[in-house]
Design a protein around this ligand. Structure first.
Ligand SMILES: *Cc1c(COP(=O)(O)O)cnc(C)c1O
Length: 420
């Protein structure tokens, strides 16, 4: 039988760190990553046949659980008609309509292939539309790995202890200004100082890449007001929160309207998809209608669109899915809080335990978490058959397949791990 260790040894010879995305390497927890063979519902199975309760859900997309029968059937059917045409298909129109008809602030949308690409394109659009150059982002928010966004960029970078990346030139980051999450005064100060230069404010409307840090009451509306006052666009990066906190994402959940949104993860139902959309007048600046160039050989790929359509349709016709996963999120958060005495942040189906008793509301407070404590608990959980993200600064993602009994088992396992 093949083992994860054997595969990892092979992988390390031919891929940097043995992986195609850093956090997967289990480096911060000092273990060998599990190589996954298959998944079903809320369980994943490694190459050695071990079963785990999965709280990662491919980092968010699998809101319906893995290998959802309807999604799989639709994709299988579609695959036989060809994988990619690089030409228009009805599926692209269908997915775009599904979103634009149900999310009022998205009047037009453009499909891309990842969240990173969505953000990069939305920023270019914001600059093209406003004809301004500077961008405000928040410490600890992750917006993918494009150069301008790799400044105090949350999870991956936090996990490896260097908030900024080598290879990003001063020039590429010079127009990125940093504000503090949940701190409107820090944004106002930057806007005052850079009057007439701010193209946009980009924010995770609930941060989920420095652990889970919900927007405090008034924060998002405050950003909306500041952007209006200073003529900047407000971009919600809903790559995690979109279709998760509600179908209309955090914008619907909090009742605050952004000018542009970026999507990823759930929108592709497990396939590589991203998208950016928003107000018609702004989106009309995108090529070939307007002068902001953006393109993609595989964008709107028919297989990816199919997985996205099937996933979003189920969420639309069956909104009780949200009641269910939100209730489970609350249950898990309450249970973990009383089992540990630690700070447990929670919103909807996103849960995160910080190894500190202090409230966590921004990057600095998130950094106070005891990551060694996390590493110890991670190892115990993995042995008990519970797969959480191998980093303190990620969310636990609940999908619609979890039962209360499994959450109880998880809470008990945390309790045992914390005692050891
Ligand atoms: C995951 C993520 C991204 C990047 O998406 P990729 O598909 O990994 O490129 C961007 N923004 C947020 C908020 C994310 O969570």
């Amino acid at each position: 039988m093949k083992s994860s260790q054997q595969l990892f040894d092979r992988a390390k010879k031919v891929m940097p760190g043995g992986v195609n995305s850093p956090v997967r390497a289990f480096k911060s927890v000092g273990l060998t990553p599990r190589f996954i063979e298959k998944a079903c519902g809320n369980k994943i199975y490694d190459i050695e046949g071990k079963e785990y309760l999965d709280y990662v859900g491919s980092w968010g997309p699998m809101i319906l659980g893995h290998a959802d029968p309807k999604v799989i059937a639709a994709v299988q059917q579609r695959v036989s008609k060809g994988l990619s045409f690089g030409a228009c298909t009805e599926l692209e129109v269908e997915l775009a309509e599904l979103i634009c008809d149900n999310i009022p602030h998205v009047e037009m949308i453009r499909m891309v292939n990842s969240g990173t690409e969505a953000v990069m394109s939305a920023l270019r659009l914001a600059r093209g539309y406003t004809k301004k150059s500077k961008i405000i982002k928040f410490e600890g928010c992750y917006h993918g790995h494009s150069d301008a966004m790799l400044v105090k960029a949350g999870s991956g970078a936090m996990t490896f202890g260097d908030p900024d990346s080598a290879g990003v030139t001063c020039g590429a980051a010079a127009d990125t200004l940093l504000a503090r999450y949940n701190d409107l005064a820090s944004v106002e100060l930057l806007m005052e100082k850079n009057r007439d230069d701010i193209a946009c404010v980009i924010v995770e409307p609930t941060a989920a890449n420095m652990g889970v840090v919900p927007a405090e009451p008034g924060f998002l509306q405050g950003l909306r007001n500041l952007c209006d006052r200073f003529g900047a666009l407000l971009i919600f990066d809903e790559v995690i929160t979109g279709f998760r906190l509600a179908f209309g994402g955090a914008a619907a959940y909090f009742g605050v309207t952004p000018d542009l949104v970026t999507y990823g993860k759930i929108i592709g139902g497990g396939m590589p998809v991203g998208a950016y959309g928003g107000r018609r007048e702004i989106m009309e600046c995108v090529s070939p209608l307007g002068s902001v160039y953006q393109a993609g050989t595989l964008s709107g790929n028919p297989i990816a669109m199919t997985a996205g359509i099937e996933t979003l349709q189920q969420l639309l016709v069956n909104p009780s899915i949200y009641d269910r996963i939100n209730e489970m999120g609350q249950y898990l958060a309450d249970g973990l809080r009383s089992a540990s005495g630690f700070t447990v942040n929670h919103i909807g189906s996103l849960v995160c335990m910080f190894y500190t008793k202090e409230p966590v509301t921004d990057y600095d407070s998130a950094c106070k978490s005891d990551t060694q404590g996390f590493g110890h608990v991670f190892k115990e959980l993995l042995e008990a058959g519970i797969y959480v993200a191998p980093s303190q600064y990620e969310a636990m993602f609940i999908n619609s397949c979890f039962t209360k009994e499994e959450l109880d088992f998880t809470i008990e396992s945390y309790k045992k791990a914390l005692k050891k």
